[in-house]
Design a binder for this molecule. Sequence first.
Ligand SMILES: [Fe+2]
Length: 279
Amino acid sequence: MTPIHTRITVGVAKPLRFLHVTDSHLISADERDSERKRELARQRREAYDKHGFDCCRRGLDAAFDYARRRNEPVLHTGDLIDFVSYRNLELAREKLSSVDCFFAAGNHEFSKYVGEAQEDEAYKLDSLPLVAPAFPNDLRFAARLAGGVNLVAVDNTYGQVRHQELERFRAEIAKGYPILLLLHVPLYTRELYREQIEVRKAESASLMGCPAEHPARNDAQCPDADTLAFIDFLKGQTLVKAVLAGHLHYDWEGPLYGDVTQYVTAGSFLGRAREIEVA
Ligand SMILES: [Fe+2]
């Protein structure tokens, strides 16, 4: 596994290195899970295997091995598991305990059967108590100070941010440290929207905060009032130095607002990761 390299300048005294890993999509189920769940695992494995045999597990292991060898904390932006199963949660616990990982949740963390239902807050709440203990930090919101940089992970799994998370984000801004913001769903920009819809011909923009003239083409992703308030607040913050995201499964970087760049990293099931030097 050879990661792509990114340098982010925030003005810390001693440079830091992180490995951004995202969208690992572990796809296991065993006898503790239902027959329906085991069948889902078979189907999903067949779909992912076109990227290489057992690519989900192997991609994650390769990325985590890389991080361990170099003693780099992992910044994971979600979809570590493809769906909720006993075996996937057991694997999540096992893999996450083998590295120093700071984690932002993805939509698949709460998915019981992929694509079975409209995924919304109620759907998430149904899975959250079972899923949360397998992960190293709060899946709604987390912050960690590392070498003078504040790592902040905000749950935006369905393209929405709740007002509770905005309040917690405000409190982190008030601490005054430069911030690397981890999100699962990338923020809308005109360029990224064009990439998704016009270049890649995606059915849905799969971005947070799509404006009316560039609809997400998916009701769940139309930003609600709390989400718009979060985006509005974020755009005024000079302490946020970069946004790291996943969800799209391909590498992308582009200006977000002001001097802030958004980095989207490809899925680790594709053997990809991004090594970030923060200077
Ligand atoms: Fe994903």
